[in-house]
Design a protein around this ligand. Structure first.
Ligand code: COA
Length: 264
């Protein structure tokens, strides 16, 4: 598998922490120029330090909120002006918290839909004129909630199902431009904000991630690198005929009954 991304221009929306940062770092290690975008300048500064430590390419960070298309457009345009057309675009900015539908305010529902679904649309839509055609590879970060209606997750269930439909629609509409579009669905990934925010907090347990990991058919939680490897594969020549796919990287966790929220 060719994982040399020297001279590739990779932009990761949400790429300053967690899984998205792991993806950005993996592309940096593979030689790419990488732009990362998130809301908090402190996270951007930390991400840039890590990118420079592991890569030999050109790196830049952009402070922008995916909910605002004009901010997204400015970040993408500044990156493309500096480096040229975008070859790999990852859209992974997400917001989430556990809440029962009856307790969730309309604004709480809207906030997650705005970040996850509208944010994905904004990134894809604003990037289109700046993409390498043919050849760009777009990756949206989904979640098992896209397929499985998980309690305490009505907002994320709806938003991530929408994200996968955005993926499929763009794969159809932009395929003739030579653009590939796929979703990656991370499962239980150790050391992420999702684990901290969403796993049931069982008072008897010191480590709910380890508890839940026993329910994963492969018997363990995944690592951020597992997700990053899938992104490298999809963007590489080895993935050149894959488009419109939703790829779980979850040890088959999505095939089991997923329980999230305050208690198991
Ligand atoms: N339970 C129920 N409702 C909640 C909530 C919770 N834990 N957290 C936020 N909300 C509601 C708020 O009450 C508000 O609704 P209201 O105006 O009707 O009261 C609405 O959501 C927006 O909250 P706010 O804090 O103003 O939004 P924000 O834009 O500042 O933050 C979040 C967005 C809520 C998603 C915040 O958690 C965040 O910034 N997360 C980023 C990181 C993240 O979530 N990563 C997820 C990885 S899985």
């Amino acid at each position: 598998m060719n994982i040399d991304f020297s001279n590739a221009n990779v932009f990761v929306a949400g790429g300053t922490s967690g899984i998205n940062l792991g993806i950005a770092l993996a592309f940096a290690e593979a030689g790419a120029n990488v732009g990362v975008m998130s809301r908090k300048q402190a996270n951007i500064d930390t991400a840039l330090t890590r990118l420079r430590a592991c890569g030999r390419g050109w790196f830049a960070g952009y402070a922008a909120d995916v909910r605002y298309p004009e901010q997204v457009e400015k970040a993408l345009t500044d990156f493309a002006r500096a480096r040229g057309p975008i070859t790999v675009l990852v859209s992974g900015a997400a917001g989430n918290f556990p809440a029962l539908a009856r307790d969730l305010s309309p604004n709480g529902f809207k906030t997650v839909v705005d970040i996850d679904l509208m944010g994905t649309f904004n990134v894809m839509n604003r990037a289109y004129p700046l993409l390498k055609k043919p050849g760009a590879c777009l990756i949206n970060i989904s979640a098992p909630q896209a397929c499985q209606a998980v309690a305490y997750q009505i907002h994320a269930n709806a938003a991530k199902a929408g994200v996968d439909q955005v993926t499929r629609t763009l794969a159809k509409e932009w395929g003739s431009d030579g653009i590939r579009v796929n979703s990656i669905t991370p499962g239980l990934i150790a050391g992420t904000e999702g684990v901290d925010r969403l796993l049931p907090k069982n008072g008897a347990s010191e480590d709910s991630c380890a508890d839940i990991a026993r329910q994963v058919p492969l018997g363990r939680a995944g690592q951020i690198r597992d997700v990053a490897n899938a992104a490298l594969f999809l963007a590489s020549d080895a993935g050149s005929y894959i488009s419109g796919a939703v790829l779980p990287v979850d040890g088959a966790w999505g095939l089991t009954e997923i329980r999230l929220g305050p208690s198991s």
